[in-house]
Design a protein around this ligand. Sequence first.
Ligand code: PRT
Ligand code: MG
Length: 221
Amino acid sequence: MITLALSKGRIFDETLPLLRAAGIEVPDDPEKTRKLILATNQPEVRVVLVRATDVPTYVQYGGADLGITGLDTLIEHGMEWGGAAGSTGLYQPLDLQIAKCRVSVAVREGYDYAAAVRQGARLRVATKYVAIAREFFAAKGVHVDLIKLYGSMELAPLTGLADAIVDLVSTGNTLKANHLVEVERIMDISSRLVVNQAALKLKREPMRKIIDAFGKALGQP
Ligand code: PRT
Ligand code: MG
């Protein structure tokens, strides 16, 4: 049995065409079913639905053989910026080019971010992406106090909790609706296929088949 870990929402939706290209169909709609383990048309392949931030954990510890997750989530999980496994042992064979967005710094309209940075002020930065933010500001030589949040980062500069946020931006509509402006782009994000290395050794044939089919669907040789 091959187990693929996916999160509901955009990653699941954008993964379906890739699965289809690999000949894998998932009959259940994750938004409607209460099941957490979904069978596919292939008796040897199943999907487990987990929180986006739990996907790397499932794959690392063998709860799933493969998983699909954002680069943001992988870095926060301990993978290195360049994609090296770091201490996670996760093998990342493919950039699936789905669920694309970017990680950016944003501030309240009218807040002079450039001046604050220039003056060497100690910035208060609220974010769910503590590892990415820490590394980014350290490389710039900007002193920051990081405030860990789990959601609705946009609220932090509006309430005085923080001077800036580090968050995912896609269209920019959420920032605009909350009178925030993007002042720095930290990195581009897309979702990656991650693989449990032990599983790849033990179930090489069927796993290679899926990985190769994804690669082919992406137009890779
Ligand atoms: O929502 P939940 O807490 O369950 O988990 P999650 O937020 O980790 O999962 P999910 O499904 O929301 O996101 C999964 C992955 O999708 C992320 O880890 C990213 O790699 C990727 N992705 C791509 C995005 C976006 N685009 C995105 N726009 N994830 C989140 N957003 C949010 C962003 O946080 C902000 O609140 O959408 C808002 C901004 O969107 P725009 O279009 O208004 O700029
Ligand atoms: Mg979300």
